[in-house]
Design a protein around this ligand. Structure first.
Ligand SMILES: Cc1cc2nc3c(=O)[nH]c(=O)nc-3n(C[C@H](O)[C@H](O)[C@H](O)COP(=O)(O)OP(=O)(O)OC[C@H]3O[C@@H](n4cnc5c(N)ncnc54)[C@H](O)[C@@H]3O)c2cc1C
Length: 346
């Protein structure tokens, strides 16, 4: 049953679900959330608290501590190796009831976007997904300490400002790459061990298959220095596949508009845009990409943008540093051939 959080008095604390990626490293997006979370906690006069749940949470603490938390809630168990919707929400719900945070931030990952709505429902509170701006309201018009959440609306044609005046915690998910990460040294950090508390006698998930390189980038797109993106203009999977050869030659990663993802030419992890990743590579090359706002809003901070499109008036050309008006498939094949020749030993 949902209990309305209005009845409980919230602290001014800001919590960040500090997700562990592939049980190997702290997710970059979580470090970005700790960075913005630090600013919010300072504005609210509260503490920044990181939630680290993992097989062995202790190994991630040195990294997490660099990003300014006052408190780290840390739980370790083999059942926490992979995110599990039968375990994480229950354990975090208990913590929330005990500590009453004001704000909770989650990365917009599979785990974050599963966990956040489950918790929001249990506390009958609001959740704003895929936020692109977070701040604390200056005025007292709607009460003190309100989180101001901004996110694109109407297919990116408007920016919605969302507040959650009554219920707590105020919850938001944020995609990786939206905020910068910045270390914040010199704090005293308290580590609170959270006992593993779950009715399951055995972990339900013991092994997760690694997707093929086609499905999942080796380097997260948000961190790639070069992104070679393909759109509908490539016409078919076999032409899209050639992007992987180019990415390899350039030491980059393959990205896509929504069309190749929907056509199953590549996996969802490669989608760039409003419902995908926000990227800032040194170099972005778009092959047969028209440049609709849902895509371009997430590439505008790239260093150099190159468009390869057979339509001279394609909207992406307006934000491109270099425009190639040509057949994307022919140009791609010629470019790969040229790069191979140039790197061939003599
Ligand atoms: C709520 C919502 C969310 C969305 N989220 C996203 C998102 O996250 N990411 C995303 O990308 N889209 C998203 N979209 C979809 C978006 O609006 C566009 O439909 C999509 O980005 C278009 O993809 P595209 O450029 O590959 O295809 P198109 O717009 O069809 O463009 C294809 C381009 O290829 C060119 N072309 C055709 N043949 C050739 C050729 N032989 N050689 C060279 N060029 C050629 C054409 O001139 C054209 O410019 C979203 C839409 C909605 C409504």
């Amino acid at each position: 049953m949902a209990h309305n959080a209005k009845e409980r008095t919230a602290s001014s604390d800001v919590w960040v679900f500090t997700e562990i990626q592939d049980h190997e490293r702290v997710l970059e997006g979580a470090l970005e959330l700790l960075t913005i979370g630090r600013e919010l906690a300072d504005s609210l006069g509260g503490r920044l608290c990181a939630l680290v749940f993992a097989l062995d949470a202790g190994q991630y603490l040195p990294v997490v501590k660099k990003y300014g938390p006052d408190v780290i809630f840390c739980a370790s168990d083999r059942a926490l190796k992979h995110y599990d919707s039968a375990i994480f929400p229950d354990m975090i719900e208990k913590l929330i009831r005990a500590h009453n945070p004001s704000v909770m931030l989650f990365p917009s990952t599979e785990a974050g976007t599963d966990l956040a709505p489950r918790l929001a429902q249990r506390f009958a509170t609001g959740l704003t997904s895929h936020c692109t701006g977070l701040s604390v309201m200056d005025s007292d018009e709607h009460g003190k300490g309100l989180l101001v959440m901004k996110r694109p609306a109407y297919s990116g044609n408007a920016i919605a400002t969302v507040i959650c005046p009554h219920a707590r915690p105020q919850m938001a998910t944020v995609q990786q790459g939206v905020f910068d990460k910045k270390e914040s040294a010199g704090r005293t950090v308290t580590v609170e061990t959270v006992p593993f508390d779950c009715n399951l006698s055995e972990p339900r998930i013991t092994h997760l298959e690694n997707p093929t390189r086609w499905d999942k980038p080796r380097v997260p797109l948000e961190q790639a220095g070069v992104v070679v993106a393909g759109g509908r203009g490539l016409g078919a999977r076999k032409h899209f596949d050639a992007l992987f050869d180019l990415a390899e030659a350039l030491g980059g990663e393959v990205g896509a508009t929504r069309v190749p993802v929907f056509n199953k030419w590549c996996g969802e992890e490669r989608m760039i845009g409003q419902t995908g990743k926000t990227i800032r590579p040194r170099l972005y090359l778009g092959f047969g990409v028209s440049g609709q706002i849902q895509h371009t809003a997430s590439i505008v901070d790239s260093g150099i943008i190159v468009s390869i499109n057979n339509d001279r008036s394609a909207p992406i050309n307006d934000i491109s540093d270099y425009v190639v008006t040509d057949d994307a498939r022919d140009f791609l094949a010629r470019l790969i051939e040229r790069l191979r020749k140039e790197t061939r030993p003599v």
